[in-house]
Design a protein around this ligand. Structure first.
Ligand code: SAH
Length: 393
C-alpha cells in the first residue's frame, strides 16, 4: 500500500462524508501534513483516525474533493472504472445512438468524479479539469477515455476552469489523437461543434431534453429564441414546424454559429432569421404580440453568492419584458443556469415578473438538466439548470 499524506478532520466533521457528500470544507480540517502540494491525492481521517476515504486536496474553501469513501487508497484502475461506469450509464439510458452522438460523459460530482467534466462529440472527448487534482491526472484520464468504445481523441480545455490561484499552466490542446469531424448529431439534428473557440466545451448539452420539448410546441408558432448561442432551440423549432423563428444573441460569433447550424439542417429555409442584438434592447423594441413562443436562456446572471441579489433582479426584468410582449395564448420557456440561484428563488423572480405584467400565467412544466448531467442525491449543489414552461393568457 502506498502511504498517502493524511488529513485529519475536526471532531464531528466526518458526518457529511459518512453521507457521501464529496466536499471537505477547509473549516473542517484539524491538521494537514507539511509540504502538501495542491492537487495531491490525500487520505482523509476522522478525528479518531478512522479512514473516511481519499480525495484531491486544494487551497480554498473546498479543501478536499473526495474520490472514494471508506477506502484508504485509490485503486490503480480507479479512473478506468469510473469512466467505464459513466459511459455504460449513458449507453444504457439510450443517450449514445447513431442519431445522438453528443453527450456529457462525465458530470463531476454526479459521476463521482468531482472536478472533472467530459463532453463527447462523436469520436472526440472534450475534457475540462475544475480542480488541480484532475489537472495533474489528465494524462491518465485521457488514456482511460480512449479505451472506451468510439473515442479516438481527447481535447483538453481547462484555461478558464482551473482555480486561478493554483497558478497551473493548462495548455489547451489534444492530449491524445487529433482534430477530426466536428459535426455532432443530437436527436437526429446536426450541429457544428467548435470546442477550440466555443464557450465551455463548445455546445450546451444540458438543454437537449428541453429543446426536444420545445419542438413539440413549435408547430405553427412564431418563435423567438433569445440568447441563442449555437441556435439549438431554433433548429428544434424549425423541425417542429414553426411558422417563423428569430434567433437573437448579442455576440456576432454566436449568430454566425446559429446561421451555420440552421443551414446544415434546413438549407435556404426562409422561416429563419438571426439578429445580433442585446436582449433587453430587442425585447424593448419589438412590437407587442410579435411572438407566441419565446425562449429565454441567458448566461448565468449570478456567478457567485455576492451577485445573487442583482442576478435575481436581472431575471425579474428579463422575464417581465417577455410577459409584457408575448402574444395571448403564448408559451414562454424561461431558464436560469446560475448555480447559486435556487429553484425557489428563480420561481419567485419569475412570479414577480408575471405579477408586474398583470397577465394570467400558468406553469406547464418544470425543467432541469438532462440525465447525462446527473445529480448525486447527497450533493444537491450539482443541480444548476432550472426552467419553467409557462402559458400566458
Ligand atoms: N440557449 C443557448 C445557450 C445560451 S448561452 C443554447 O441552448 O445553447 C448564453 C448566450 O447569451 C451567449 O451566446 C451570449 O453571447 C449571449 N448573451 C449574453 N449577454 C447577452 C445580452 N445582453 N443580449 C443577448 N445575448 C446575450
Amino acid at each position: 500500500m502506498t502511504q498517502l499524506p493524511e488529513i485529519r478532520l475536526k471532531r464531528g466533521k466526518e458526518e457529511s462524508l459518512l453521507r457521501f457528500h464529496p466536499w471537505v470544507f477547509s473549516g473542517a480540517v484539524a491538521s494537514l501534513p507539511d509540504g502538501l502540494e495542491e492537487g495531491q491525492l490525500v487520505r482523509v481521517l476522522s478525528s479518531r483516525g478512522e479512514v473516511l476515504g481519499t480525495g484531491h486536496w486544494q487551497i480554498g474553501s473546498i479543501a478536499v474533493r473526495m474520490l472514494t469513501f471508506a477506502t484508504p487508497d485509490l485503486p490503480d484502475d480507479f479512473f478506468a472504472n469510473r469512466l467505464r461506469q459513466a459511459w455504460q450509464m449513458r449507453y444504457d439510458l439510450g443517450l449514445l445512438r447513431d442519431d445522438n452522438t453528443c453527450v456529457r460523459l462525465v458530470h463531476g460530482e454526479g459521476d463521482f468524479l468531482p472536478g472533472l467534466v467530459v463532453d463527447l462529440y462523436g469520436p472526440t472527448a472534450v475534457m475540462q479539469a475544475h480542480s488541480p487534482g484532475m489537472h495533474h491526472q489528465r494524462a491518465a484520464i485521457a488514456a482511460a477515455l480512449t479505451e472506451l468504445p468510439g473515442i479516438g481523441s481527447v481535447y483538453y480545455k481547462s484555461d478558464t476552469t482551473l482555480p486561478f490561484k493554483a497558478g497551473l499552466d493548462p495548455v489547451n490542446g489534444y492530449l491524445l489523437g487529433a482534430e477530426s469531424e466536428a459535426v455532432a448529431t443530437e436527436n437526429g439534428l446536426r450541429f457544428n461543434i467548435d470546442w477550440l473557440r466555443g464557450q465551455k466545451t463548445g455546445f450546451f448539452l444540458d438543454q437537449r431534453d428541453n429543446r426536444a420539448l420545445l419542438e413539440r410546441y413549435a408547430k405553427g408558432r412564431e418563435v423567438l429564441n433569445m440568447f441563442c448561442y449555437t441556435g439549438g432551440f431554433s433548429v428544434y423549432a424549425m423541425r417542429g414546424g414553426a411558422k417563423r423563428v428569430v434567433s437573437v444573441d448579442s455576440s456576432a460569433k454566436a449568430i454566425a454559429l446559429t446561421r451555420a447550424n440552421i443551414e446544415l439542417n434546413f438549407p435556404d429555409d426562409p422561416r429563419h432569421e438571426a439578429v445580433a442584438e442585446d436582449a433587453f434592447k430587442y425585447l424593448a423594441d419589438m412590437p407587442d404580440g410579435a411572438f407566441d413562443l419565446i425562449v429565454l436562456d441567458p448566461p448565468a446572471f449570478a456567478k457567485h453568492r455576492g451577485a445573487l441579489k442583482n442576478g435575481l433582479l436581472g431575471y425579474r426584468k428579463l422575464n417581465a419584458r417577455a410577459f409584457e410582449k408575448i402574444r395571448p395564448g403564448g408559451i414562454l420557456f424561461t431558464f436560469s443556469c446560475s448555480q447559486v440561484v435556487s429553484k425557489d428563488a428563480f420561481r419567485a423572480a419569475v412570479f414577480t415578473a408575471a405579477a408586474q405584467s398583470g397577465r394570467k400565467v400558468r406553469i406547464l412544466h418544470q425543467l432541469t438538466q438532462g440525465a447525462d448531467h446527473p445529480v448525486s442525491i447527497y450533493h444537491p449543489e450539482g443541480e444548476y439548470l432550472k426552467g419553467l414552461v409557462l402559458q400566458v393568457e
